[in-house]
Ligand binder design. Structure first.
Ligand SMILES: NC(=O)c1ccc[n+]([C@@H]2O[C@H](COP(=O)([O-])OP(=O)(O)OC[C@H]3O[C@@H](n4cnc5c(N)ncnc54)[C@H](O)[C@@H]3O)[C@@H](O)[C@H]2O)c1
Length: 294
């Protein structure tokens, strides 16, 4: 396979199973050293072992991404172990299937804490490290300076500071969803968190552009991972329908008439992490077989 990510370190959250594991495998196959940042220590270790068994390089790291101080600690630990972080994939996420009128405050808080707050503070922690890795005087322009400059009409480093810097220095991909594109009466908290991920992606793309860090989002459609297996079970229970009916009903609405594979999503993430996407930032890409077209 192409070795687009040789000498790159990639941090993939929620990579113990499902889409995140597919992304970690793909980045490792293309040469990246991968951190499996996972809440479930057992699946995180198994995914890292699987990558190592095919000749890749992977390190499991147990973390709850909803804790910003844990995110900062992880970045320090990775920097000590591997010296750098070049790619961040904010894939970890949670969902619950429950009618909007029955969503509890505890469910709301957990969904927002993992899917929204987790993405925001993981970007902050990792981007700070990416900025520390920058060459030359770019390194010395702090995020606070960029914000101050933006408010006073400035735009970060001067042209002279950017001279000689071709391409990009960091890539961040955040997981939104087709549920971030429109309301979901049975997953209202989830849809709100995924819409917020698109907004966070745009803000971070603007804040980090002066440092040549690209920030984009992926909006997957239906991927039959453990998350979707749970959604299907919950819907079957809610509607008294047979298992498998919900997933089939969704797939029937996909113009390409199939669910995405983990590799379909991983391929799009790898593209956004590659130099082919150096001029793409602040975008949310639907990878959904044509389900959404906005
Ligand atoms: N499966 C789909 O059809 C689909 C569609 C659209 C978007 N997505 C999004 O894609 C991402 C991956 O989904 P998936 O289907 O692979 O889900 P999954 O539930 O199969 O896997 C999610 C992984 O994230 C981990 N995780 C959960 N909370 C965490 C936390 N607080 N800290 C660290 N790790 C945590 C879990 O342990 C698990 O390994 C999610 O953000 C999801 O919302 C999935």
């Amino acid at each position: 396979m192409n070795q687009r990510f040789l000498n790159r370190v990639a941090n993939v959250t929620g990579a113990g199973q499902g889409i995140g594991k597919g992304v970690a495998l793909r980045l490792a196959q293309e040469g990246a050293k991968v951190i499996i940042a996972e809440f479930n220590a057992a699946t995180g270790q198994a995914a890292a072992a699987e990558i190592e068994s095919i000749g890749g390089k992977a390190m499991p790291y147990q973390i709850d991404v909803s804790d910003p101080s844990a995110a900062r600690r992880m970045v320090e630990d990775i920097a000590k172990a591997w010296g750098q972080i070049d790619i961040l994939v904010n894939n970890a996420g949670v969902v619950s299937t429950r009618p909007m009128m029955e969503v509890s405050e505890a469910q709301w808080d957990r969904t927002i804490d993992v899917n929204q707050k987790g993405v925001f503070f993981m970007i902050q922690a990792v981007a700070a490290q990416m900025i520390r890795q920058l060459p030359g005087s770019l390194r010395n322009v702090g995020v606070a300076d960029v914000v101050a400059e933006e408010m006073s009409g400035g735009s970060g480093p001067s042209e002279e500071e950017l001279v000689g810097l071709a391409g990009s220095y960091g890539k961040i991909v955040n997981f939104s969803s087709i549920s971030g594109r429109r309301g979901r009466p049975l997953a209202a908290d989830y849809a709100a968190s995924k819409a917020a991920v698109i907004s966070i992606t745009q803000s971070a793309a603007l804040a980090l552009a002066p440092y040549r860090i690209n920030v984009n989002a992926i909006c997957p459609g239906i991927v039959v991972t453990p998350m979707w297996e749970q959604i299907d079970k919950d819907r079957a229970r809610l509607f008294g329908a047979p298992q498998g009916q919900a997933v089939t009903a969704f797939i029937n609405q996909v113009p390409l008439k199939r669910a995405a594979t983990e590799e379909d999503i991983a391929g799009a993430v790898a593209f956004l992490c590659s130099s082919d996407a150096d001029y793409i930032t602040g975008q949310a890409l639907n990878v959904d077989g044509g389900f959404e077209m906005d």
